[in-house]
Design a protein around this ligand. Structure first.
Ligand code: I3P
Length: 105
């Protein structure tokens, strides 16, 4: 699966709150391949992931961020090492599709 996602890093590994200055939202062309989410700045090279980082989603949990009301269509991803990300999808259907695909990994 792939598409545009806007990402905010809410907590670092072990659940520590991400420091001020690193909590902003950034949009990436995002690809879920196997157990890995790739964040690409250049959509034209989806087979050569050159994003600034990847997130492993094995044993991760995705769910709608029902308490986050500042933006619509936001879901929360908690990784196995207790990092927490918020992702804004382009619409509700895309949000639900990402959630179910991530949770199937
Ligand atoms: C963050 C940025 C985020 C904001 C976050 C700020 O600043 O303004 O948009 O989250 O608030 O810390 P910076 O880019 O300097 O890291 P929201 O959009 O969710 O308000 P937060 O610290 O309350 O999460």
């Amino acid at each position: 699966k792939q598409g545009l996602l806007t990402r905010k890093v809410h907590a670092e590994a072990d659940g520590k709150k991400t420091p001020w200055g690193k909590r902003g939202w950034k949009t990436f062309h995002t690809v879920l391949k196997g157990v890995v989410l790739y964040f690409l700045k250049d959509e034209s090279r989806p087979e050569a992931p050159g994003g600034e980082e990847v997130i492993g989603v094995h044993h991760a949990l995705a769910e709608r961020a029902s308490k986050y009301n500042k933006r619509p269509n936001v879901f929360c991803l908690q990784t196995a090492d207790w990092r927490i990300f918020l992702f804004q999808a382009q619409n509700a259907e895309e949000m639900n599709s990402w959630i179910s695909r991530i949770n199937l990994v």
